[in-house]
Design a binder for this molecule. Structure first.
Ligand code: COA
Length: 146
């Protein structure tokens, strides 16, 4: 299986929404116009890259990356990763690993000093991130807003 990891474009929007429905199956699907407005905001954001793993034209997985400029650590930025998901039919074939390698390369090329993410509270997800070179070095806190 040949996988190319590349930045998503507007043409990938439907495929991204399908992947996100696998990530959060309980979410009510976004109306198309809302999705397009959000995509326009995302794609205009400096330092934002939505990676897509392209398997011969099929979107096998995605990871959303953003570079946060930073005044600590000698002014080196931080790369945050969110919304990591691989389509069910493509799992355990190295797609997630390729996405995380691409995220790390993005961070390196932006001069970041770390790549940071929150992992779902699942042993297999932790095993995945550890296999990709990440370590559980901090505890995540989250507060949902109404
Ligand atoms: C987590 C997820 C992104 C992994 O993607 P993937 O493409 O299947 O992962 P890879 O095939 O690249 O796996 C790389 C390594 O991670 C580990 N790994 C991945 N899935 C695993 C599992 N289910 N159980 C144990 N280890 C696992 C293995 O070490 C694997 O290497 P190996 O296959 O050579 O043993 C995918 O399972 C997924 O989309 N899950 C649902 C969404 C989700 O939970 N996202 C993360 C939110 S924080």
């Amino acid at each position: 299986m040949k996988i190319i990891v590349r930045p998503a474009t507007g043409a990938d929007l439907s495929a991204l929404l399908a992947l996100y429905s696998e990530l959060n199956p309980d979410d009510v699907p976004l109306p198309r116009a809302s999705a397009e407005a959000v995509w326009a905001a995302m794609s205009g954001q400096h330092g934002r890259t939505v990676l897509v793993a392209d398997a011969g034209g099929a979107a096998a997985g995605t990871a959303d990356c953003i570079v946060m400029p930073n005044l600590t650590r000698g002014g080196r930025a931080i790369l945050f990763v969110e919304n990591v998901v691989v389509a069910g039919s493509f799992r355990r074939r190295g797609v997630g690993r390729r996405l995380m390698e691409a995220a790390v390369r993005l961070g390196e090329s932006a001069g970041c000093y770390k790549v940071q993410l929150l992992a779902a509270d699942d042993a297999y997800v932790h095993a995945f991130y550890e296999a990709c070179g990440f370590r559980p070095l901090a505890e995540g806190f989250r507060r949902y807003l109404a």
